[in-house]
Write a protein that binds this ligand. Sequence first.
Ligand code: SDX
Length: 452
Amino acid sequence: MADYEEYKKDSKPLTLFNDETGQSFQIPVLKGNDGPDVLDIRDLYKETGMFTYDPGFTSTASCKSSITFIDGHKGILRHRGYNIKDLAANSDFIEVCYLLLHGELPSSTDKEKFEKVITDHTMLHEQLVYLYRGFRRDAHPMAIMVGVVGALSAFYHDSTDFSDLNQRMIASHRLIAKIATIGAMAYKYSIGQPFVYPKNNLSYAENFLHMTFSVPTEEYKVNPLIANAIDKFFILHADHEQNASTSTVRLAGSSGANPFACIAAGIASLWGPAHGGANEAVIQMLEEISDIKNIPEYISKAKDKNDSFRLMGFGHRVYKNYDPRAEVMKKIAHDVLKELNKLEDPLLKIAIELEKIALQDQYFIDKKLYPNVDFYSGIILKAIGFPTSMFTVLFAIGRTVGWISQWKEMIEDPINKIGRPRQLYTGSQSREYQQLETREKKSIFKWLWKSK
Ligand code: SDX
């Protein structure tokens, strides 16, 4: 076991005592620079013959990381030590990408160079355009994202050897740069409009708006307030510790799969409504509530154990306080709707009223359910003109830098091992094979043959 001496500091091991056998085991305790200590159980199975059991990983640290820190009780989110609210107020997305990838804020020269590298990678290989044509017009843009990003590994062989730092960096830059182009093209394809090439004189967010909303028939002028809102949107989605999609990227990468395939796996995981798909589900929920007077009915549905309805955009595995990103998002929603003269948007009014009522309700207070990053984000995107099917695409565009930074950190970890969890086996024990003629005649597959 590679020792983490530097993380043992002066911690005392935890003694595990097995009442049955009278054996005791010393479990080392590792201390990070912030947040909970961890029990180093890497030798537990070897020493005790037992596994730990933690479906959903509610109490499990899967890795060590220096990229993002979350204190769920205090509602704190930091990237490389910088508070998300400071970054959202003072930084821009390109600078946050550099910070996540390299660990420090860039000098002005480095920032300029980094922005140029990303800008120079925004175009897609022209042949990839034909891949879009293979999708049905009504294909969900996230389905297209999974397909096209996975296909990048067929086009960029010169950056799939992750053992070479230079190739790791090229792949990282390509993914950060191209994910916005791929997302905009997915939208254009779904509405039957021509693809729009990126423009090198535009910022990352301006370019995305230009590729999404401009048409060849007229000049498209980017609204600076909207571009700033999208830039902040990407910052707020950039990374979030070991969430489901990031853990998917790490697990895929631990087998040595190329970075493009790993990010495609992350996109697939993000699509789920319990994760990144929640922003789309929030709008669908607000539209279903449709009037402030219906809110009490939906609050009681959310509290009813026998009703599968959940308040989308509420609750979080880690935050047991207000998600700091939701706070910033709420302010951006107000500014965008004001700029677009949509402050009377009924969905915004329902969302604000829903939040107010839920936060005073004992059920939500007891279960520490607060609005999360997805609660207000959909209102912003809808007001700007994105269809709900594009909401998770924008989440994926922002999160790609987090995924690739976490992937790179894992690859560069000297003790990087293939991820291979075990299980609590609850299936049949050993039994003899039964010849066909000796088996029960009655079918057990009711669902298959609609057997009587
Ligand atoms: C993201 O991990 C990340 O960091 C994710 C993310 C990121 O940046 O990567 O932050 C992005 O995915 C944000 C979350 C978006 N999802 C939603 O808004 C969907 C609605 N919320 C949930 O389904 C739920 O809150 C989760 C999935 C977000 C968290 O679920 P957990 O941690 O597994 O908690 P749980 O399902 O065990 O719920 C705990 C209790 C349960 O009640 P009991 O069984 O204990 O009685 O709280 C209840 C749940 O029923 N509950 C809700 C609720 N969320 C939890 N009840 C009503 N409405 C909700 N939204």
